[in-house]
Design a protein around this ligand. Structure first.
Ligand SMILES: Nc1ncnc2c1ncn2[C@@H]1O[C@H](COP(=O)(O)OP(=O)(O)OP(=O)(O)O)[C@@H](O)[C@H]1O
Ligand SMILES: [Mg+2]
Length: 365
């Protein structure tokens, strides 16, 4: 999988640009605030996911303009393909000249993994960030998961609306039964996908962490159920239903559904201790990197194609050994890597360098 050509019109501060990236490393450099992250963000959008910086579509359009357009020629599934995204009041996508129903239908066609400063929130922030990491990672290889998840979240919303009506005395708690049934069925599927994903990821991420930390520490991952129950696969549905039934009264009091995959967590440990609570800055960064590179390895295992690596500001945060490990690990991937000072990256074989200045990108030879 690799990008052959990229163009943007009025995307944030990228007014009108066109680049032909290298198959290997592409160094995107420039001073602060010039448009490097904007480029990384816009390439990421072709995965079919939302921006990793905002959900507000208007922010992606150049101020004073009414629409933005980005276009990507990429090599995937053995052929050259073209995707376009037009961003107006909503996002409109085309693939190989054919309009798609929604940008989400691009999921699984153009695969990339992104590491940006905001990736650290997977380790540092609350469970919602770790669920988001899992949800995006699984959706990239199993697009059906994204649809199951949005179905599940819709049911949670409807159940919560009903909880409010019950609290207002309009209905009895028994009215929750059909929603609990639907939640248990869809919720069990979501948990099953996530547990299977973590089972595949944990060994791969632990090996990568081992390489980064040079064998000094061990990283481990586990799924944390919001109701505290460890469940066997076949029991998931029944246990989830029983717990929802048991917690109906307390849910009515708090006007929200307190258990289920929308409340679960991914526990990340280093040497048996929570990376979030006890990890040093460097350990936390290495964990985030191991998760992201592990995510890429799974995409490769499932699709047979190496995803494109989008690395925004990753180098400045890593010491020499870790930088070397990362560059060696990325070996034959196509990489877009941003930095302010490109000198140590320019020496890489076959690397292309692009300078970004006030939203204009120029290839430097
Ligand atoms: N919708 C928009 N319209 C016009 N300009 C925008 C828009 N959104 C962001 N910008 C501009 O884009 C620039 C930020 O670009 P970006 O975040 O890509 O910088 P960067 O090169 O990654 O910098 P850093 O090295 O600090 O991370 C800012 O100057 C900002 O004002
Ligand atoms: Mg930036």
């Amino acid at each position: 999988m690799n990008v052959l050509k990229y163009s943007a019109f009025s995307y944030r501060n990228l007014k009108e640009i066109e680049i032909f990236p290298a198959e290997g490393v592409n160094v995107i450099y420039g001073e602060n605030g010039q448009g490097k992250t904007n480029l990384i963000e816009s390439i990421w959008l072709f995965t079919g996911c939302h921006s990793f910086r905002t959900h507000r579509i208007n922010e992606l359009i150049e101020r004073g303009k009414s629409s933005a357009k980005i276009e990507l020629d990429f090599f995937a599934s053995g052929r050259e393909q073209t995707a376009t995204l037009k961003i107006e009041n909503k996002r409109e996508a085309t693939l190989n000249g054919i309009a798609k129903k929604s940008p989400r239908t691009l999921l699984g066609l153009f695969n990339a993994v992104v590491f940006s400063p905001s990736t650290m929130s997977i380790i540092k922030d609350g469970p919602a960030e770790r669920r988001k990491f899992l949800d995006i990672a699984i959706s990239l290889t199993k697009p059906v998961y994204a649809f199951e998840l949005s179905k599940y979240l819709k049911i949670v919303g409807q159940r919560n609306a009903l909880l409010k009506q019950i609290a207002a005395g309009k209905f009895d708690t028994d009215m929750l039964a059909p929603w609990d049934e639907q939640l248990a069925v869809t919720g069990a599927k979501i948990i099953d996908y996530r547990v299977k994903y973590i089972n595949s990821l944990s060994g791969i991420a632990a090996d990568i962490y081992d390489g980064i930390a040079q064998g000094k520490e061990k990283m481990s991952l586990s799924y944390i159920h919001s109701d505290g129950n460890e469940k066997e696969n076949k029991e998931l549905l029944q246990v989830l239903y029983d717990t929802l039934e048991k917690t109906r009264k307390s849910d009515v009091k708090r006007l929200a559904t307190g258990v289920g995959p929308h409340k679960d967590d991914l526990e990340i440990k280093i040497n048996g201790m929570s990376a979030r609570s006890y990890g040093s800055q460097g350990q936390q960064r290495s964990c985030a990197l191991a998760l992201k590179l592990g995510e890429a390895a799974i995409i490769k295992k499932i699709t047979g194609e190496q995803p494109v690596a989008l690395l925004d500001d990753v180098m400045s945060e890593l010491d020499g050994n870790r930088q070397n490990y990362l560059l060696k690990y990325l070996g034959d991937w196509q990489v877009f890597i941003t930095c302010c000072d490109p000198s140590h990256l320019m020496r890489l074989n076959g690397a292309k360098a692009f300078e970004v200045k006030s939203g204009v990108i120029k290839e430097i030879s």
